[in-house]
Design a binder for this molecule. Structure first.
Ligand SMILES: [Fe+2]
Ligand SMILES: [Fe+2]
Length: 224
């Protein structure tokens, strides 16, 4: 027989509340209140994220330095410097993310090269000595065939007047580099100044079609 008083005997028994979920909020070093492209490369994209083993900034800096030393034009050097910046937002389809991110701030040719480098990476071009990356055998498997949208992007880019801009990005897209090397953006300050329209209020504080994406890079651990 129950020991409960009569008025409590038929009440449903309350189960204990679920444990409060832990909200993991990592903190990052603060950025200047009006962050520039260089602030974000140094202060955010120099940290490996989104499942990558290497940091975007060190990798793109190396690509751009090789392109600059090879005497490529400034727009292509900047395309190399920005080519994987989309990984700061999302790793899949990073060429498309990256192009969308920079479109309000650079020439159409630069964002075009960033968008299509992703598809061109899968297709050799013997005329410039570009071979299929060995790393892709590991990443995608030995018999990988790119999906139709990548094939279509390749066919489109292959016949475009700007093909060599995107192809040049792939030629300097080298994954083997010294991860301990210091990040030196000094060689690119003037090129950025001439070809990247830095908003005076800071990236993410402006109101372009991609400002929210810059804010995601500024603070990738916001709960919402
Ligand atoms: Fe890439
Ligand atoms: Fe890359």
């Amino acid at each position: 027989m129950s020991s409960l008083p009569d008025d409590r005997r038929d009440r449903p028994v309350k189960s204990p509340p679920p444990p409060r979920p832990e909200i993991a909020v990592r903190t990052l070093a603060p950025l200047p209140p009006k962050p520039t492209l260089i602030d974000l490369l140094k202060g955010r994209l120099s940290i490996p994220g989104n499942g990558m083993k290497f940091a975007v900034a060190q990798h793109v800096c190396q690509s751009a330095l090789q392109a600059k030393r090879a005497g490529l034009d400034e727009e292509t050097v900047l395309a190399c410097l920005l080519h994987d910046i989309g990984i700061g937002v999302a790793r899949p389809d990073h060429g498309w993310w990256g192009a969308q991110l920079i479109e309000p701030y650079v020439s159409e040719k630069i964002s075009w090269a960033v968008r299509y480098h992703q598809a061109l990476r899968f297709y050799p071009d013997a005329s410039v000595g570009y071979e299929y990356p060995q790393m892709y055998h590991t990443l995608f498997g030995p018999d990988f065939k790119p999906p139709e949208y990548i094939e279509a992007a390749y066919r489109y880019a292959r016949n475009h007047p700007w093909y060599m801009s995107a192809r040049s990005v792939t030629m300097f897209d080298e994954y083997s580099f010294d991860t301990a090397a210091p990040l030196d953006l000094d060689p690119f300050v003037d090129i950025i100044g001439r070809h990247f329209r830095q908003p005076p209020e800071g990236l993410g504080n402006d109101s372009t079609a991609s400002s929210h994406m810059w804010r995601t890079i500024v603070d990738p651990f916001k709960p919402l």
